[in-house]
Design a protein around this ligand. Structure first.
Ligand code: FE2
Length: 318
């Protein structure tokens, strides 16, 4: 077995690991694959540095963690190659719409804290992300650990939110973002594709996920996505809304994230059942191009309101 270079991502973080120089050949070794999966389960986030920057490697690395999930939505652009199912392509070009203003600064590619597929009953295991075009500044991807967040929120709020289910609906337009809006925030322009995504999901029922869940390890995870949250099940009233807003604002304030500054030879996986992620945004004069695979799976705790079926519309943002 080839040895694997595993390091903590940072000495002051309780999550995240860095693995250097993995090759496609090394990934054929069962022992290496098992070791990588153990690191993933334990640390929640792995940055793979100095890997070959190809779609073939992206898929080979993703397959270490499980089968890929394709994106059935016709509005999601993908890498057009039959051997690479589910590699989606996200390209924000200089001057494109999709700009927000935060604290007086205009930002493209900005995303609030969220977990992927919150609007689905099924919650994908992970996403594997790489950068094909990087802005000279900004455009960092942020990661926050739900285990840490569970311990970071005030005990009073934690007690009130634990046991509650959060309602989610696909909505990629910030004007209607209900919870956890940053202070001094405004939407400047909306991507035309955002309307397509919202329309495609308009007939889907809302999804429900627990605000707190317990991992196999016994650790509790605060798993609330401020983005796309609609309310608390059976508490869609002023009191429930105030509680959810307080929790989302605590997430914004108390989060101790890792922000990844991209290299073209990086690939990165995060545990979608544990971590929240976000994007710091960049000057709209820059371009940014990312590709993501989605690892199948489910933690089994999500469902659609009223036992309904979803429209299988998946988001296309990272
Ligand atoms: Fe995302």
């Amino acid at each position: 077995m080839t040895s694997l270079d595993v390091q903590p991502l940072s000495e002051d973080l309780s999550f995240g690991a860095r693995i250097g120089g993995v090759t496609e050949d090394a990934l054929k070794d069962d022992a290496i694959r098992a070791r990588i999966n153990d690191v993933f389960e334990e640390r929640g986030l792995i940055v793979f540095s100095n890997v070959e920057p190809t779609s073939t490697m992206h898929v080979a690395l993703s397959n270490v963690f499980g089968p890929l999930k394709d994106h059935p939505s016709p509005v999601v652009s993908r890498v057009d190659n039959d051997s690479m199912p589910g590699v989606i392509d996200m390209h924000s070009k200089a001057g494109d719409a999709g700009v927000v203003e935060l604290n007086g600064k205009q930002l493209a590619s900005w995303l609030p804290w969220h977990f992927d597929h919150c609007y689905n009953n099924e919650l994908n295991r992970a996403g594997v992300l790489r950068a094909l075009e990087i802005a000279p500044e900004g455009g960092l991807t942020g990661f926050a650990d739900g285990i840490e967040l569970y311990n970071a929120v005030s005990p009073e709020l934690r007690k009130r939110i634990e046991g509650k289910n959060i309602l989610y609906k696909m909505d990629v337009i910030y004007a209607t973002m209900r919870f956890g809006r940053p202070k001094n925030f405004a939407e400047v322009s909306v991507k035309p594709s955002a309307y397509d995504v919202n329309n495609a999901a308009s007939t889907s029922p809302r999804a429900l996920h627990p605000a707190v869940w317990t991992r196999k390890s016994g650790e509790k995870v605060l798993h609330v996505s401020p983005w796309m949250a609609q309310g608390i099940q059976d508490h869609e009233d002023a009191e429930g809304d105030a509680l959810l807003e307080a929790v989302c604002q605590e997430i914004n304030e108390k989060v101790k994230p890792y922000f990844h500054k991209w290299n073209l030879t990086d690939m990165l996986i995060w545990d979608n059942w544990r971590m929240l992620h976000s994007v710091s945004g960049m000057d709209p004069k820059y371009s940014r191009r990312m590709q993501r695979t989605t690892i199948k799976g489910d933690y089994g705790l999500g469902r659609f309101e009223g036992g309904g079926q979803g429209g299988k519309i998946l988001e296309m943002t990272v």
